[in-house]
Design a protein around this ligand. Sequence first.
Ligand SMILES: NC(=O)c1ccc[n+]([C@@H]2O[C@H](COP(=O)([O-])OP(=O)(O)OC[C@H]3O[C@@H](n4cnc5c(N)ncnc54)[C@H](O)[C@@H]3O)[C@@H](O)[C@H]2O)c1
Length: 468
Amino acid sequence: MTAYPTSTTSRDYTVSQTATCSDTFIGLQAKIADNTAVVGVIGLGYVGLPLAHALHNGGMKAIGFDVDARKIEAIASKQNYLRHLGDEMIESLSDSDRFEATTEFDRLGECDVIIIAVPTPLGRHQEPDLSYITDTAERIGRTLRPGQLVILESTTYPRTTRDEMLPVMIEHAPAASKDLVVGEDLFVAFSPEREDPGRKDHSTSTIPKLVGGLEANSTSLAAAVYRKGITDVVEVATAEIAESAKLLENIFRAVNIALVNEMKTVLTEMDIDVWEVVRAASTKPFGFMPFFPGPGLGGHCIPIDPFYLTWKAKEVGCSTRFIELAGQVNTAMPEYVVDRVAGALNEHAKPIKGSSILVMGLAYKPDVDDTRESPSFELIKILEDRGANVEYSDPHIPETTRVRRHDLEMKSVDLTPESIASFDCILVSTNHAAFDYAMVAEHAVLVVDTRDAMRDHHGAMGDRLVLA
Ligand SMILES: NC(=O)c1ccc[n+]([C@@H]2O[C@H](COP(=O)([O-])OP(=O)(O)OC[C@H]3O[C@@H](n4cnc5c(N)ncnc54)[C@H](O)[C@@H]3O)[C@@H](O)[C@H]2O)c1
């Protein structure tokens, strides 16, 4: 046995290093195998809901937990609150006698397997906010009992599962559960989520799932659970490898997007079309992977997750210059785009101040209604600060709701020949498939395109089109 000291509580816990199979392990293994294990999913959002659905489809009995009572009511009344998932998901869960959703966290004791999919945002100073994880760990702790497997899915920095989540669980556990040994009585793992909302070629059940436990028995049980609903489950040696792999995946994207955004600023000055350049480079069958420029980073993951590693790096005395540089380049993109809009209006003898501008697309990526960290909000704010009269159009978002840094209180404008023609400039920020780009090309006075959405209309638009 090895006792790991923790930084967050005075109490040590014990992780078995023997990998022998206790009766508790064998019992839980059997329950998972014959679908008598109850799986609780905490956090029924973009990640938790499809995961509960996939495991339920695999024959497991599932209980969904959320602090948001509106989500529980929506499931009960078959109202789909995540439109990109389609209505069938909520309907099949709601109709099933193997699924229920609740706000009653004292029922966590009923669950043999508990999967945590709660938010991991940044605080006001870009520091990791683990409060959702620690609150959840406290709730799990209160009813902790032998024979439970707890899996963290929320994206976070390495060692969170071991050093932050487990100690809080143990600290709040009933006296009888304080001395549970991980790997013998209790099992703990991390499995990163790779959900990509709106993607049509992959779903929760087909995206390969990494699983790493605090020791071997936890890995093996967690993998057995996921194999119920997911085709390809990949076991890795530790929770820390799984935690770090997730950060590497998202930092890889953030850095490469920054690289291509930087290329865009240089090539645009030289009158070279960056999208054509990326497509040309993509013909190389190895050693290159295409990333496309845009107006900035959006979504719950790519703009946020890199800062989790940056913060942890400081704690261990390292710097993350690459990651921070990528952050600076990507964060500067909305200003760059607005400068391009100002330049384009200038060519049409108009100042940005007093001009009417329509931002096409409020979601952070095509064909979803997710506005988290969307650069469109930043674009609207900068344009308004420079005196423009700004409206937006997004078929997926009829009106704005408050997001982390913005509360716009705006309503979507319908795209018609008349509305398009009424704006001094149209700024394409998100390339939704539902937009009628031919109509925009025909009626717009001026279009600034950050997404290469107007590619088919370059010839017809001439100098009414500017890439940004
Ligand atoms: N959305 C994605 O595409 C995606 C992809 C990969 C990883 N992730 C990660 O998965 C995690 C969850 O993200 P998400 O997109 O599903 O978030 P989300 O906001 O869609 O869902 C989180 C849910 O947790 C609930 N919640 C908040 N606090 C809670 C608490 N204390 N107890 C129980 N429920 C609580 C919220 O009401 C919400 O329903 C995050 O760490 C995120 O970084 C998300």
